[in-house]
Design a protein around this ligand. Structure first.
Ligand code: GTP
Ligand code: SPV
Ligand code: MN
Length: 606
């Protein structure tokens, strides 16, 4: 290492020490800081970020201990086109991932990382995804030159000295996450508020359990514990070890009789997980509590049931559309402060605002570009993928089980997408295999959570298209195998939902949000054998009278249209599913082809 490099902290974990030193030698930071996670350290990092212009502190009486960050306008979302799974064999990445030979990728990236941290501090963040007291704690270390990432990771994951101490005691294996914004500073060069690089690489080496991320400072590109580790790398670990790493919320529901069920739900990015995880049921006597809002790790327990844990420790929620009317729990959560807001607008009195927070637009704002904004302005005040980053324990409806290393037993799994047509409000799968088929063909319109066109229908299997860290055919196989090995009576029941169906005038047919509790109730009643359903070619559907519509403000026509199965729309869906399956050729599990053939037969028999 350079003589002048200032180092704060260190480790007795020899292998970790060697890795960190090697990275420092290569990336040439001015200083190295081992992140402890302490209050004082956090205050210092926040102060550094304010000084650098990355953070603006919000008014203490509006959002205590909270900050606004405005990113570079070209660094606002995950970059799926720049995301790679570099398994040794191309076939192991499969047809849905970008692939490059790992050696070739390293040869490409090493020159980019060389000296990439010059003039900056390199932070070393020890973290654990899930509970430190889990039977098999899943450790990670992120090396980053972004203090914004440190501040965000402190909220999103369990980090710091306790984690490092445990890693040292057990000489633990860990996932190596290397991140640089790719913006070295020359001697005396002034920094910009949001350093990043036009060249971006989000790269995973699944066999090595390593992540190299270059050029972006935003969200899932940079907070490596989240999508890169807890989904892409973890899905590979899960395949090898017989569990599941999924893009799912986890919700606890209690009926008026005190009956408790836990449900999980997979929805693609910006399709309603955080909102559903914070649902306020509209039906009297029902309560809902949050266990997780984005990621679920699931494994079978001794009792044969599937248990889910939320590996995260914070929320990284979509801001636009979050308001008192739609998600009061989220509003109560962020009001307590201790949050980072990125790419939202600022009010003159030091608060934040975004589209959908209030019905009435504020008279004057500073928009996410830092420009003056008034209600007449032609641009959005907040970026559509702007986010709040908040500690999960601030959620007023948090279930205490969120912090239980054993997790919670799952009764039902929902899969949902954003579809204007075709997909009814709710459908129950016949069994696990049929549910896996439904999930493997899940479709949704693209959103602003990733760069690229918005509103295009694409297949998004298990809401995991951008997050499966290996060949999707093998991932389907893994789902099927887990079901085959389990007691069918103890498996979660699988449902397909769609809150986003519209009429000819493009109006949502279903009111959504708190009213989704009626759909949840039907699912639980199905599980308990208390309510009927009708057979259809696509699965079991509620008749209008099967749903609890007491005090629901919805016309009979709209309800019927939301629930309807339309054979013609499904005939049109078949070639799209076929085209999707053809991508996988011979590798697609035969059971899924059989399910497709059976669906076609049932449709033809209509
Ligand atoms: P990621 O954090 O990107 O994974 O997103 P998410 O799945 O957690 O989505 P989120 O709950 O943040 O919702 C995204 C958008 O969908 C917001 O603008 C919500 O207002 C909207 N939304 C959520 N639930 C519903 C619903 O039931 N009906 C309608 N119409 N919109 C909804
Ligand atoms: C998603 O895109 O699904 C998110 C946001 O939850 S990010 O952390 O950027 O992946
Ligand atoms: Mn997500």
């Amino acid at each position: 290492m350079q003589q002048q490099m200032e180092i704060t902290g260190g480790t007795t974990h020899a292998e970790l020490d060697a890795w960190v030193k090697g990275v420092a030698d290569h990336t040439q930071p001015e200083a190295v800081v081992w992140v402890t996670g302490s209050q004082e350290e956090s205050a210092q990092i926040n102060a550094t970020l304010v000084e650098a212009g990355t953070f603006t502190r919000l008014a203490e009486d509006k959002k205590p201990d909270s900050y606004l960050a405005l990113s570079d306008p070209q660094d606002v979302a995950r970059v799926e086109g720049r995301t790679f799974i570099c398994s040794r064999r191309e076939q192991d990445a499969g047809p849905t991932n970008n692939w490059m030979d790992p050696q070739e990728m390293k040869d490409t990236l090493r020159p980019l990382f060389e000296g990439s941290m010059r003039g900056r501090t390199m932070f070393v963040i020890p973290f654990v995804m899930g509970h430190l007291d889990a039977e098999d704690p899943k450790f990670g270390v992120e090396i980053t030159d972004s203090p914004y990432v440190v501040a965000s990771m402190r909220i999103m994951a369990r980090i710091g000295s306790d984690v490092l101490a445990r890693m040292e005691e057990t000489d633990a294996a860990y996932v190596k996450g290397l991140h640089s914004v790719g913006a070295p500073l020359a001697d005396g060069e002034d920094d910009v508020p949001w350093p990043c690089n036009e060249t971006k690489y989000i790269v995973h080496f699944p066999e090595e359990r390593a992540i190299w991320s270059y050029g972006s400072g935003y969200g899932g590109n940079a907070l490596l514990g989240k999508k890169c580790y807890a989904l892409r790398i973890a899905s590979v670990m899960a395949r090898d070890e017989g569990w599941l790493a999924e893009h799912m919320l986890i919700l606890k529901l209690t009926s008026p009789d005190g009956e408790v069920h836990y449900v999980a739900g997979a929805f693609p990015s910006a399709c309603g997980k955080t909102n559903l995880a914070m649902i306020q049921p509209t039906m009297p006597g029902w309560s809902a509590e949050l266990v997780g809002d984005d990621i679920s790790w699931m494994r079978f327990g001794q009792d044969g049931r599937l248990y889910a844990v939320n590996p995260e420790f914070g929320l990284f929620g979509v801001a636009p559309g979050t308001g008192r009317g739609t998600n009061p729990v989220a509003m109560d959560t962020i009001e307590q402060g201790h949050s980072i807001f990125t790419n939202v607008a600022r009010t003159p009195d030091g608060d934040v605002w975004w589209e959908g927070m209030t019905k009435e637009e504020p008279a004057a704002l500073t928009d996410w570009h830092g420009n003056p904004w008034t209600p007449g302005s032609q641009v959005k005040a907040a970026h559509p993928n702007s986010r709040f980053c908040t500690p999960i324990r601030q959620v007023p409806t948090i279930a205490p089980e969120y912090d239980d290393p054993r997790g919670v037993p799952i009764s039902a799994i929902m899969f949902g997408g954003r579809r204007k047509t075709t997909v009814p409000l709710v459908t129950q799968a016949r069994d696990w295999q049929h549910g896996t088929f439904i999930a493997s063909t899940l479709s949704s319109e693209t959103t602003a959570a990733a760069t690229g066109e918005v509103g295009v229908v694409r297949r998004d299997p298990m809401a995991m298209l951008p997050f499966i860290g290996y060949n999707a055919s093998h991932y389907f196989e893994h789902w099927l195998a887990l079901g085959e090995g389990a007691d069918p009576d103890k498996l979660p029941k699988i449902f397909l939902v769609n809150w986003f169906r519209r009429d000819e005038d493009d109006r949502f047919l279903w009111p959504g949000f708190g009213e989704n509790s009626r759909v949840l109730k039907w699912m639980l009643d199905r599980i308990e054998g208390r309510v009927g359903a009708q057979e259809s070619p696509i699965g079991l559907l509620p008749r209008p009278e099967d749903l609890d519509t007491e005090a629901l403000d919805l016309s009979e026509e709209d309800l019927a249209a939301a629930l309807a199965f339309d054979p013609q729309e499904w005939e049109a869906e078949i070639p799209l599913i076929q085209e999707w399956f053809d991508k996988f050729g011979d590798e697609l599990p035969a059971a899924l082809r059989e399910e497709l053939a059976a669906l076609q037969e049932r449709l033809a028999g209509q």
